[in-house]
Design a protein around this ligand. Sequence first.
Ligand code: ADP
Length: 349
Amino acid sequence: MSYQDGSQGTAVENATGAPVVELVDVQRHFGATPALDGVSLSVQKGEILGIIGRSGAGKSTLIRCLNGLERPDSGSVIIEGQDIAKLPESALHPLRRRIGMIFQHFNLLSAKTVIENVALPLKIEGRGRAERLTRAAELLDLVGLSDKRDAYPAQLSGGQKQRVGIARALAARPSLLLSDEATSALDPETTRSILDLLKRINRELGLTVVLITHEMEVVRAIGDRVAVIDKGKIVEEGPVWSVFSNPAADITRRLLAGILPELPAHLAATLPPGTRLVQVDFAGNLDDGRLVLDRSSESRAFRILHGGVDYVQERPVGRFFIAVNDTADLDPFLATVRASGARAEVLVR
Ligand code: ADP
């Protein structure tokens, strides 16, 4: 296997034609702060792109540039072939309707019922009442909330509110859905159900999704591709499984901590003197994991301390920590592992 291995036909690779979104060298400074410092990105039709970064990295500024709420100092923000950075405000309104948006705090109107909230974008578009209600009812069915059509937001759980938010975002049949930390206020189980819903909508409707998050779990759950932003720059970008299995930037590794197995400190501290500690990372091919298991079963000098295999975009991504006795010959093992395409790093020699 190799980390640069081809892939199994995700939305990204299957996409054809011009990108739905293209950012070219976007700069946006606030005084001396470069919130966006030369961001270039493209999003293909039908893909889910996760943009991840720590607080202050520039995510909100990026999403505000995407929906035209913020103008870059320079660079292009091209949505469906149109550079919105150069459009006058009046021309932005119809374009914004092509973009659906969901938010961390849902932004529902508390005095309106669920179905009225969902129908609101159509009212703004000037659609007739019958059409609005038919479309809104269809969308409530899609998000599994038909029985709540006449409830008010205050009567709903967080997950139900976000379902209403999603239905509303889809009302005007957008070509792009922007998600701004849409699951950050939800518990893990509800987060999972909302992410599943977004993925289903993406696959069933072919809707392009850009989601901004600070949680790698969100990206892992539904992203096709991920872009990591730090200090206003995209520092790393690629298919999710590839970035997870072979992160290049320090910040990506830090964001991944807690998702990939880390060696518990007490294990490293109690190794007998002379023991070598090796970390093996592999992706795409389970045989690389088997290699580690085989070696540890055939020789007591190789002991698996910690680790396991997970699946990202249906590909195995694994990590093992192995203690190797001072008597064993480490180099042939490292050579075999590396020859298979996996990574092996000696943490303690
Ligand atoms: P994130 O959403 O990743 O937390 P932001 O895009 O909100 O990051 O912010 C990026 C940087 O730009 C931060 O240093 C922030 O303080 C600064 N910034 C954002 N918006 C403004 C603003 N309106 N005025 C001044 N500074 C801002």
